[in-house]
Design a protein around this ligand. Sequence first.
Ligand code: ADP
Ligand code: MG
Length: 224
Amino acid sequence: MIKLRDIHKAYKTEFTSLQVLKGIDLDIQEGEFASIMGSSGSGKSTLLNILGILDEYDSGEYHLAGQLMKDLSEKQAAYYRNQFIGFVFQSFNLLNFKTAVENVSLPLYYRKVDRKLRHEKAMHYLEMVGLKDWAGHLPTQLSGGQQQRVAIARSMVTEPKVLLADEPTGALDTKTSHEVMGLFQKINEQGKTVLIVTHEQDIAKVTERIIEIQDGVILTPQQV
Ligand code: ADP
Ligand code: MG
């Protein structure tokens, strides 16, 4: 599903250049439940943003479902992102003036799905995350764990092949974190490829495979 070869990425300004990824090789098979674990500043978010086609890389190759993700036009990038990727963030990124069900159906609105189907699908995924009865609530009326569940439902509503989550439990307490990880596990068991970024070993341990990143390189031997 994901194949990375010698990926390099630097953040450059006029006067400075910070080399963040220093030759990343990685294969993620379809249906894997994996985590990328490393300390703060090791390059996890940079790597995940490249995987999610939210950012570009300088050199190397990234193949997603057999397609080389390089020199894409805005339109192509959006196409691959929409077709393949669901993204979950540490801070949920919900719209506070929209209800849970409205937040979940928003990606379908942008795809011009009609209102009835939008609502049906959003309710289906809210039910999957255990929040059917909270559909009419605003994010501010939900706990952190519930807000993250809404965000996960939103990431699933477009039926992506790959779910990428950047520190999805970073804003949650231990118990809630494990509940959210249980949800990712369930989503993986339903056939999705799920990749979690975390700096916490306890969280990484929930996944089937831990990929360690340190200072822009991957440490663990990369079995396929
Ligand atoms: P992690 O997610 O593992 O904490 P990041 O990938 O966010 O690490 O960051 C890796 C390094 O790149 C850090 O030193 C960070 O300050 C730097 N960095 C991240 N994003 C940017 C950016 N947009 N511009 C410049 N430097 C950045
Ligand atoms: Mg990060």
